[in-house]
Ligand binder design. Sequence first.
Ligand code: PRP
Length: 188
Amino acid sequence: MAMLAAAPIHLDIERVLLTEAQIQQRVRELGAQLSADYAGRTLTLVGVFAGATLFLADLIRAIDPTLKVHLDVVGVSSYGAGKTSNGRPTITQMPELLMFGRDVVLVEDIIDTGTTVAFLREQFQMVFGARSVRVCALLDKQPQLCRADYLGFACDPEFVVGYGLDYAEGYRGLSYVGVLKSRVYQTA
Ligand code: PRP
């Protein structure tokens, strides 16, 4: 069988921060950790749409298939088309599933200011009545604040895109995470 050539790095990417192989390896580890921690229980995975959808799709496949997993998404946004948070998240799409009494793992692509996960944790517990809420994030820009119960990677405070992360809705489909060239957003 012919080998597929690796896709070239996007011209707007300064450097690759996490390769596809590094991401997939870490996702497998996180899946194994979740499988052990939730063994014998029913888990509800709720991904934050749209950024976490790639991570969510890979994560559920890395979880022990004998575990029953409810899958859902919540839409929340505080960035609009810009690159800085306005600090006021709003739910733009309600989860389909009832969370009452359930063990929920909120799946995020990245934690930056922490506003989104703090807001959703509170909503899931206080409004939707989840029994427990843990956070599984691929990236955290301030990991010392311990905002994720399960964390893929610490991330320097750079503007990163790819593997679900966007800039003005671009770059989400990259299979790696890369630092965006500053000229892209400085000229926008
Ligand atoms: C991004 C990201 C997180 C959030 C993190 O979402 O996907 O949900 O920002 O930032 P915070 O920790 O400062 O709250 P965004 O609002 O850009 O929406 P998107 O997922 O649709 O890109």
